[in-house]
Design a protein around this ligand. Structure first.
Ligand code: GCU
Length: 675
């Protein structure tokens, strides 16, 4: 049985014999013009993939000469076949009748991405005859962020221990690191931050730099650069200095020397990721300096090299009177234009923290002079860990496709969506980036829940091309990973597409947010005390005898004012605010009639109950695909769905019973009776 280790790169024999033979006729050899390690990875991957898919060994040769019927890999600007020109990392695949299939790459990585794209064509059963396919990444730095610690644990990781075996490195190099790199390269991911944003200073020691360098050596042939999260006071804690003040000359020299030391062993080091003055992490503000002062100091240290600083905007203060929603915008917009050109500011998709549904962060569109990247969370911190089945592409897309209206109404480019802000088309950013917090770990199947592999996949595909659809990505992933049986493909993709909305319904419907305490698993809406006032549930949901929800209009925190008028208009009127966002922006009376014809209370109950019941529907749908999927994966997901059902009921009941103490109303009789 399949243990899920091979992810979407399974390369099982294509069962349809005529199709397989047709592919084989076009893939009689792999001609590799070039010798670089990345090109070699491309040829090796093709050979391995074709071995599996076609059941034969396809030779790698140095030059096609006059031979036809093979695959030619070449770094070259693509010929003029009417297609768009290639950008860095872009590729073009051209299949000529009675000729060869040529994969042109703008650079070595482009060839590698083209090789994976050709394999994907075969894996998903597409035509290769007359193929003409051009693809350029829309974003330059396509990053995974690992929240991994030196002791092997992963912050918010639910799939085992860290992949990185720090105790063994640098001398023992687990072959799995290469498979990790292959999986990422297959999606076009080209950078990875290997340690937690709550960073240990140890990563800046010679001991750890050497370990990190060993990982970099494995990733390099796959076009992946390594980055490190830094602990801002490292010059004090490991450098013996009296201060970590970013304007202090000795501190600046310490970082410059440290950076030099890193580049000596990792010549293609990518740069630093920084969480500073955030959730207790120290930072430049401890010395009366700004985020820009801190970031620019690091940019200076990186000046001689091709490395960058990714400075996170995840900041908020423990102030019961303030609205955390507004904090990042308040702190960062005054700094627009003050960051060095080597700095990208990394912004979480929403203003709070990776909730099951959030409005987009109001920073997007409001930092025209500072490249912003969006940070998504692939690991399911607030999405039921590895037990609940939530396909995240619709969540990513919802943010990416929302119009910020910073270019006014109906701008010619089809709107200044969040995607177009971060891909640089709105403000012509000189650098563009996107980050996803990884959901991988040491579990054999990488992600704990086999269905969560689709979230890693979807993030990577969207990082390359944010215009892809959630449905298209799901269809590809299912075919590459689970089955080609048409009915099962349809059933599973349909389940995936509905899974996030079902989760929202039984977890945080109508725009509820953050009903969690410490571990962020089950909602605990009754949590009214914590070490910080803004770490209680009531701070967010604001339940009282009148109603529920956080008033962020002018009568409340007025966080809405951080958005453009067109956006405000969509959300500021409780009568017309779309229901999924209602309680994000309004304190709504329990008895208020909503657009559905039900009162707020009845609507809430309806969502919680139908959400929890929909898990039964998921179970039934999944049961139908049994003959089409691997028995081990089928059994694994079946088990998780039983748990998901049980927990959905708990979560529904904890919310409903808690809120009932305020609403003082019965659960509508029309709802299905509990089992
Ligand atoms: C969340 C998460 C933390 C994490 C933080 C961050 O608050 O719960 O574990 O460190 O985000 O993104 O920095």
């Amino acid at each position: 049985p399949d243990d899920g280790y091979r992810l979407w790169l399974k390369y099982d024999l294509i069962k349809d014999a005529p199709k397989r033979e047709a592919y084989a006729r076009s893939a009689q050899f792999i001609a590799l013009n070039g010798t670089s390690p990345i090109l070699k990875s491309a040829a090796d991957e093709l050979q391995m993939g074709l071995q599996g898919l076609l059941g034969r060994t396809v030779p790698i040769i140095a030059n096609a000469g006059s031979r036809t019927g093979g695959i030619v890999l070449s770094v070259a600007s693509a010929p003029n076949v009417g297609a768009q020109s290639l950008a860095a990392d872009g590729y073009q695949i051209v299949a000529r009748k009675a000729g060869n299939i040529t994969i042109f790459g703008k650079n070595d990585s482009g060839v590698l991405y083209g090789a994976f794209a050709l394999l994907r064509q075969l894996q998903t059963g597409q035509q290769v005859e007359n193929l003409s396919l051009t693809s350029n990444p829309k974003i330059q730095y396509r990053m995974l962020n690992h929240w991994d610690n030196t002791n092997g644990t992963i912050e918010r990781g639910y799939a085992g221990e860290s992949l990185w075996k720090w105790y063994e490195l640098p001398n023992t190099v687990d072959p799995r690191y290469r498979d990790y790199a292959r999986a990422n390269a297959s999606l076009g991911i080209n950078g990875t931050v290997v340690n937690n944003v709550n960073a240990s200073a140890r990563f800046m020691t010679a001991e750890y730099i050497e370990k990190v360098a060993a990982l970099a050596n494995v990733f390099r042939p796959y076009g992946i650069r390594i980055y490190l999260s830094i602990y801002f006071p490292a010059p004090k804690t490991i450098g013996g200095l009296k201060t970590a003040d970013p304007l202090d000359p000795e501190v600046r020299k310490w970082w410059a020397d440290k950076t030099k030391e890193i580049y000596k062993v990792i010549p293609d080091f990518g740069g630093f990721l920084v969480k500073a003055n955030s959730e207790g992490e120290p930072g430049p503000q401890d010395y009366g300096r700004t985020h820009a002062d801190g970031a620019n100091m690091l940019a200076d240290a990186l000046r001689p090299y091709d490395g960058i600083v990714m400075w996170r905007a995840f900041v908020y203060k423990a102030d019961p009177k303030a609205d955390r929603f507004k904090a990042a915008h308040e702190e960062f917009t005054p700094l627009d234009g003050k960051f060095d050109k080597k700095v990208i500011v990394q912004v979480k998709n929403g203003p709070i923290d990776f909730q099951p549904r959030e409005p987009f962060s109001p920073l997007f569109g409001n930092m025209p002079k500072t490249p912003l990247s969006v940070e998504f969370q692939i690991t399911q911190e607030y999405l039921g860990f590895a037990t609940h089945w939530v396909y995240e592409a619709p969540l990513f897309k919802e943010c990416l496709d929302t119009d910020t209206y910073v270019k006014g109404k109906g701008s010619p480019s089809g709107g200044a969506t969040v995607a177009k802000v971060i891909d640089g088309s709105v403000h012509q950013y000189a650098m563009t980036a996107i980050a996803g917090v990884a959901n991988t770990g040491s579990d054999r199947n990488w992600t704990g829940n086999p269905m969560a592999q689709a979230n890693w996949y979807a993030y990577g595909r969207l990082a390359w091309d944010h215009s892809l659809s959630s449905e298209g990505i799901a269809d590809e992933w299912v075919k590459m990973t689970l089955t080609h049986e048409p009915k099962a493909v349809k059933t599973i993709t349909d389940l995936m597409l509905k899974s996030r909305e079902i989760y929202v319904d039984y977890n945080t419907p109508l725009g509820l947010s953050r009903p969690w305490s410490g571990v962020h698993f089950a909602p605990e809406p009754w949590q009214e005390k914590s070490v910080r006032p803004d770490w209680t549930a009531i701070y967010y949901h604001r339940a009282d005898s009148i109603g529920l929800g956080f008033d962020r209009t002018a009568t409340g925190s007025n966080a809405l004012a951080q958005y453009r008028p067109e956006v405000q208009q969509q959300w500021s009127n409780p009568e017309t605010c779309p229901l999924p966002y209602l309680l994000w922006f309004h304190h709504v009376p329990w008895t208020k009639k909503l657009s559905t014809g039900r009162t707020l209370w009845d609507e809430l109950c309806t969502r919680f109950y139908t959400g929890a019941d929909s898990v039964v529907w998921m179970q039934k749908q999944w049961a139908q695909v049994k003959p089409a999927v691997d028995p081990a994966i089928f059994a694994d997901v079946t088990g998780r769905l039983i748990t998901q059902r049980k927990e959905a009921i708990w979560w529904r009941d904890s919310w409903v019973l808690y809120l009932q103490t305020y609403s003082k109303q019965p659960i509508p009789a029309s709802l299905p009776k509990p089992e």
